[in-house]
Unconditional design. Structure first.
Length: 305
């Protein structure tokens, strides 16, 4: 890819990934079908990767009781290639049954707070947990520049979690966008796709800065740009009123948690002050206790008690 190519704007790819068409599974799957759906999908993927590197993804999940783990592993390492309808429908069925069994959190029910510096509100919420359980109009994925998700089975990154819960359609959409763009996704930019088997409607894939040494002003500027790009893209989708942010760049990208939280709060607050009616709610999602403590400290520094 030519990384100097122009970044593809949303209006150039929204039809390519059918962004305006609500996703619905081909049919409602019953819990009693779960095992057979797993077997259907797994049989195809194992045959597809027989004798190749995909079989290495099985790792320790090779016993008959680990069929679901094997299915997840093979989907994680699989290239974004079309699947037969029967197989894709089986995967959607598995993920929909799992979604129905989860404790989904409606972001509209979360307690809200205002950011004093923004002059508007209350429009913010802080929630600790798995972002794939949030029912929001859009959730943010901390992606890498290839935008195709994590290819390491069971890797504990948010990119892996979101792609695994959404299903392989998500990677296919990202691949379509990247092929059309013809360049890696630059830091501080965002692409939108449908969320498929997640409880949210859309996923905003953004590339945050990588901090491998001391934190620099350029890192802070790039992180703020990523937050603004997500919000700008959200309103350009149309019909998005709530956005849930993960801690962009604070995982494997190495951005220190507390300055990242301060940048997130200030950037979102400034953006909302500039666009006071654009969104109803912005959720700051944290996963670990350390992440939560960083936000609580940042909120205190912003005058929120």
């Amino acid at each position: 890819m030519n990384n100097s190519a122009q970044v593809l704007p949303i209006d150039r790819y929204r039809a390519l990934v059918a962004l305006d068409e609500p996703f619905a599974p081909a049919r409602a799957a019953l819990p009693s079908e779960y095992s057979s759906l797993v077997r259907t999908a797994l049989a195809h993927l194992e045959q597809e990767g027989a004798g190749g590197k995909r079989s290495e993804a099985l790792g320790g999940a090779s016993g008959p009781d680990d069929a679901r783990l094997r299915l997840r592993a093979l989907l994680t390492v699989r290239a974004p290639e079309p699947l037969p309808k029967l197989v894709q429908d089986a995967i959607d069925g598995v993920l929909q049954i799992e979604l129905d069994a989860r404790s989904v959190v409606d972001v509209g029910m979360l307690p809200r707070f205002s950011l004093p510096r923004s002059g508007v509100g209350p429009f913010c919420a802080l929630w600790q947990g798995d972002i794939t359980m949030l029912k929001a109009d859009a959730i943010v994925n901390a992606a890498n520049s290839e935008l195709l998700g994590c290819f390491r089975p069971f890797h504990a990154c948010i990119d892996n979690a979101i792609h695994s819960a959404a299903g392989p359609r998500l990677r296919e959409d990202c691949a379509r966008i990247m092929r059309a763009q013809g360049a890696l996704e630059p830091t501080g930019t965002t692409k939108a796709t449908r969320a498929y088997n997640l409880p949210s409607r859309f996923v905003l894939h953004t590339v945050g800065p990588i901090v491998s040494g001391s934190l620099a002003a350029t890192h802070e500027e790039e992180l703020a740009r990523a937050y603004r790009a997500c919000l700008d893209t959200a309103v350009r989708i149309g019909g998005v009123r709530s956005v849930a942010f993960c801690g962009i760049s604070t995982g494997v990208f190495g951005f220190p948690r507390e300055p990242a939280a301060r940048i997130a709060l200030r950037t979102v607050g400034a953006w909302m002050a500039e666009h006071p009616s654009a969104l109803d709610l912005v959720v700051f999602n944290v996963f670990s206790g350390e992440d939560g403590s960083a936000y609580l400290q940042a909120l205190r520094s912003e005058g929120v008690r």
